[in-house]
Design a protein around this ligand. Structure first.
Ligand code: FMN
Length: 264
């Protein structure tokens, strides 16, 4: 490859697993030696992140309220600066990705990384089994694989870098405000058998004393991992306003959105 890229560092945050599926499909198409850096759980975010010379950074995050999850900033702070190629990827729940992809592009640039490709993919919405139901599906995974392959060819063939102009057609700076912090948190029904799957999969370490029925509302990021992974279906958001809002959001976003990718 013209840039001598032989390995990719695939860093991702994926509470309910859709972002993980997308980055893995991209990695298949890229066909570089992959190094997975799964930063979903708190312990993984405490480690020091090194990036090797001649390594392509592929960073993937879910979209939260049209932005990146706040912890993306923390993670980028811990990445070493320097000139290296990077790929920005976001995964959203079939509503909209808004400023999230531009934000990730900007985070890369601030580190000195030059963005060689970007993409927005669709995953089943964390709060719904209707919005983006079952996605990424095989067609999405194939799109992600093809994107990886196109990136590989692009890296091989030229030295071009993606401009933010393409992303600014759908996003803006300053970015939209973060979603207001909701006062709700998942509730636990009597079906809970204390198997601790929720505790083990909580990206925020929000269970007090590892008790599956005791969630620290301040820490909870409302990612819905505990709801989606509970084998007993014992967790849910029971707040009526929240449930109504989600039903309305789902009704307004039934149309299937397709992945969008950007190459220089
Ligand atoms: C707090 C929160 C906010 C979200 N905001 C959006 C949004 O603005 N637009 C959208 O389409 N999906 C949104 N989603 C859905 C996720 O982006 C989507 O389900 C994604 O696939 C989750 O990734 P994961 O499976 O890797 O956790 C939101 C989810 C959560 C938990």
């Amino acid at each position: 490859m013209s840039r001598q890229v032989i390995q990719s560092a695939n860093i991702y945050f994926s509470p309910t697993g859709t972002t993980r599926k997308i980055i893995r499909s991209i990695a298949t198409g890229l066909a570089l030696r992959p190094r997975e850096m799964d930063i979903t759980l708190p312990a993984a975010r405490e480690q020091h992140f090194n990036l090797e010379k001649e390594e392509l950074l592929v960073a993937a995050f879910p979209v939260y309220g049209g932005r990146l999850p706040k912890l993306a900033l923390e993670v980028f702070q811990n990445l070493p600066p320097g000139r290296r190629p990077a790929v920005a990827v976001v995964v959203y729940g079939n509503r909209a990705y808004e400023d999230a992809l531009l934000e990730l592009f900007d985070l890369c640039q601030k580190k000195g990384y030059y963005v060689v490709g970007a993409g927005a993919f669709i995953g089943e919405h964390s709060y719904s089994h209707v919005m983006g139901r079952g996605r990424p599906d095989p067609a999405d995974e194939e799109s992600a694989r093809c994107f990886g392959l196109a990136l590989r060819h692009s890296l091989l063939g030229n030295d071009r870098v993606l401009s933010d102009k393409t992303l600014l057609t759908t996003a803006r700076r300053p970015y939209r405000k973060y979603m207001a912090k909701s006062v709700i948190s998942p509730e636990t029904s009597r079906k809970c058998v204390s198997c601790l799957v929720c505790v083990k999969n909580c990206p925020a370490g929000a269970f007090i004393n590892s008790d599956p029925k005791n969630i620290d509302r301040e820490k909870c990021i409302l990612c819905a991992a505990c709801i989606k992974f509970c084998p007993e279906k014992a967790k849910s958001f029971n707040d009526d306003d929240f449930t109504d809002d989600m039903a309305a959001l789902a009704a307004a976003n039934l149309d299937r959105k397709e992945p969008v990718t950007y190459l220089p």
